[in-house]
Design a binder for this molecule. Structure first.
Ligand SMILES: C[S@@+](CC[C@H](N)C(=O)[O-])C[C@H]1O[C@@H](n2cnc3c(N)ncnc32)[C@H](O)[C@@H]1O
Ligand code: SF4
Length: 401
């Protein structure tokens, strides 16, 4: 067990090989949860943990198939993320097997960011120690709230005390790159309660914080409650006030708002998510996982049984694909980069598409003049205009033929 450690601990942190090869991000989806949260539409199933060994066999097969199918000799693994669902439902030995398969995809891996999501109250000190020893170096804890009644509303099965205890243990075993998620604009939440949540999290001093506005997703219990009129979501104006308040408070405490929902101390931005947002290619494994590779986006079936059958029958669990043409690439660059505080590099845009964006979109840029900034060759949304981000981005995007 843990035999693969040689694969990455033998490499020095000298990243000279990284310059010669292209970065690749890898995602492994763990579709199991102990309970389904009212708001969540991520693919996850409850009460099926006995399927984990069978699922793992298929996922390892899928990873090996990808290794034979794609020529990855020009790549190095830059980041790996175990997301869910609930990755901590896999034992350290099971995650280690996945890691072994993932790291074998490319030859030259050094200083890989290897992150996993952890649900509060679902890990022991021993498990965390073992996760660290297999090479996990970034932990993201889904705390969501420090208000017992809001946790209950979201049907989270953890308590506030368990969030604190899990955080303490994560530190105790020596993780030095720790993130926590909070949700705001939850029905029943006031600005004061939000402030209190943020202050409690800041006091814990994680390196990274994500704050998400509660969204009503199709097919969720929350959606049914809202449609039935049992629950009223917060007014947009309170939602935006909460966001702005949170951003100011977090920035005042040294967490830079580097992407609309993400805040980090210097040097602790999530490299994996930055890879998604900056057009780095990625391969996703497991049911419902998405990939973007070789000019094509593809996604796996969103059903564990079908996923396993397809891997067995054809080795190919895809549900669909989309070839990414030049216009889509352009539009995606605009959409994702404008969500980043550093904005869109005009030089990079020009190199990629041979177009001067300021010239091409003169009229639109003029229209949003007050809400856009150009700084150090980057086009960015003014701090005060973040709530217009979707409108501005879609105006700057090319119409699809
Ligand atoms: C899908 S979860 C997976 C990680 C882990 N199972 C957990 O619940 O923390 C990842 C994050 O997405 C966020 N999330 C999921 N659905 C959301 C929604 N409808 N609105 C806002 N945030 C959401 C939660 O904050 C959660 O921490
Ligand atoms: S929010 Fe996390 S724990 Fe809750 S159902 Fe979704 S993936 Fe599972």
């Amino acid at each position: 067990m843990f035999g693969h450690k040689l694969i990455y601990t033998n490499f020095s942190l000298d990243s000279s090989m990284d310059i010669l090869t292209k970065p690749l991000a890898l995602y492994a989806h763990v579709p199991f949860c102990k309970a389904k949260c009212t708001y969540c539409d991520f693919y996850s199933i409850v009460g099926k943990e006995k399927e984990i060994p069978a699922y793992l066999r298929r996922m390892i097969q899928e990873i090996e198939n990808a290794g034979s199918h794609w020529d990855l000799s020009a790549y190095h693994v830059d980041t790996i993320f175990f997301g869910g669902g609930t990755p901590n439902l896999l034992s350290p030995a099971q995650l280690d097997m996945l890691l072994f398969a993932l790291l074998r995809l490319t030859a030259n891996n050094s200083a890989v960011e290897i992150g996993m999501e952890v649900n509060p109250g679902e890990v022991t000190l021993e498990a965390l120690q073992a996760y660290k020893s297999i090479g996990i170096n970034r932990i993201s804890i889904g705390m969501q709230s420090f208000q017992p009644e809001l946790l209950k509303f979201m049907s989270r099965i953890h308590t506030v005390e368990q969030s604190l205890e899990t955080y303490k243990m994560v530190r105790q075993v020596g993780f030095e790159n720790v993130s926590a998620d909070l949700i705001f604009a939850v029905p029943g939440q006031t600005l004061q309660l939000w402030e209190s949540d943020l202050k409690r999290l800041i006091a814990l001093d994680p390196e990274h914080i994500s704050t998400y506005s509660l969204t009503v997703e199709e097919g969720t219990v929350l959606k049914r409650w809202v449609d039935d009129g049992h629950i009223h979501m917060l007014e947009d104006v309170l939602d935006t006030d909460m966001y702005s308040f949170g951003r100011d408070l977090l920035e005042a405490h040294g967490y830079k708002n580097y992407e609309i929902s993400n805040f980090a101390k210097p040097g602790f931005q999530c490299r994996h998510n930055l890879n998604y947002w900056t057009g780095v290619e990625y391969l996703g494994f497991g049911p419902a996982a998405h990939s973007y590779f070789d000019g094509r986006r593809h996604w796996n079936v969103r059903d564990l049984e079908k996923y396993m059958n397809l891997v067995d029958i054809s080795g190919e669990p895809q549900d669909g694909f989309e070839d990414i043409d030049q216009i889509t690439t352009k539009n995606e660059m605009i959409l994702t980069r404008l969500r980043l505080s550093e904005g869109l590099s005009l030089q990079e845009y020009f190199s990629a598409f041979g177009e001067d964006l300021l010239e091409e979109k003169q009229a639109q840029i003029k229209k949003w003049d007050h809400h856009l900034r150009i700084q150090d060759g980057h086009l960015m949304i003014a701090r005060s205009a973040w709530s217009l981000i979707d409108e501005i981005s879609s105006d700057l995007m090319d119409a699809m033929p």
